[in-house]
Design a protein around this ligand. Structure first.
Ligand code: FPP
Length: 242
């Protein structure tokens, strides 16, 4: 994924199989990483954005078809303006980066979340990147102004608009921002917090959860390998007896 010459990627793990189609990351710990170095939080986000590029690319090299990253939550607007501005700047740079790689690496980009909160210029850029990549195959979801509860409310409102009087689980699933991809098999959270923080609430009902103390900017390919090894050692029962 992301057009990096195959030789530069030192794949430490062999490719995954159909049991692992979708991995999602809660990229936590940028602020603490910066603080440990006596630097402003924005510095941590900048390094975090680099880590995100590397990890998404590495997942592609392992043949993981769908990756989701939690880049900005509906609650993150409460952060100081300079921090929000820094993340928005990183987002603009990231869109440029995506354009240089999404074609050659066959990435279909989706910005999941409510785009209406972004300024019209940025919203148009997000939508253009989605449109320009819609015929590609691998999926990258970047969660922006995303909240799991907000997403479910949005889906229900869509169903009301469609005139539904009674709904099914399938109705909700097919009206979520992630309707184009399977539910995450594995959700990874960095930086030691043991919660999912309003991320993929509906889709994550049967996801395997993996928590690590590693701060996101330090998260490496071998940390991805560890999460995947643990995933393959678990037995998924989906509520049944196996
Ligand atoms: C959580 O760390 C991280 C975020 C809220 C932002 C994640 C953003 C990036 C990885 C880079 C931006 C990339 C794009 C494409 C916008 P935290 O700040 O909560 O860390 P802390 O818990 O140590 O304070």
């Amino acid at each position: 994924m992301f057009g990096i010459k195959k030789k530069q990627i030192e794949t430490k793990r062999t490719a995954v199989d159909e049991r692992l189609q979708h991995v999602a990351f809660i990229m936590d710990g940028n602020g603490r990483w910066a603080k440990k170095r006596g630097m402003p939080r924005e510095f941590g986000h900048k390094k975090g954005a680099e880590t995100m590029k590397n990890i998404v690319r590495y997942c592609g090299s392992l043949n993981i078809n769908c990756v989701t990253v939690y880049a900005f939550s509906t609650e993150n607007w409460k952060r100081p303006k300079n921090e929000v501005d820094a993340i928005m700047n990183l987002l603009n740079e990231y869109i440029d980066y995506l354009y240089t790689v999404m074609k050659e690496d066959d990435i279909q980009i989706h910005f999941i979340g409510d785009k209406n909160r972004f300024n019209p210029e940025l919203k148009a850029r997000l939508e253009k990147a989605e449109k320009d990549s819609q015929n590609n195959h691998r999926i990258l979801n970047v969660a922006l102004n995303y909240g799991g509860r907000d997403e479910i409310v949005h889906a229900v409102n869509e169903l009301i608009k469609q005139g539904k009087k009674e709904i099914t689980e399938e109705d909700i699933s097919s009206n979520l921002y992630t309707a184009h991809c399977p539910a995450p098999d594995l959700i990874v959270r960095t930086a030691g917090e043991i919660r999912t923080s309003n991320f993929l609430m509906w889709q994550g009902a049967y996801s395997e959860l993996y928590f690590t103390d590693v701060l996101w900017p330090d998260f490496s390919e071998s940390d991805v390998d560890k999460a995947i090894e643990e995933y393959y050692n678990r037995t998924r029962r989906f509520g049944a007896v196996v």
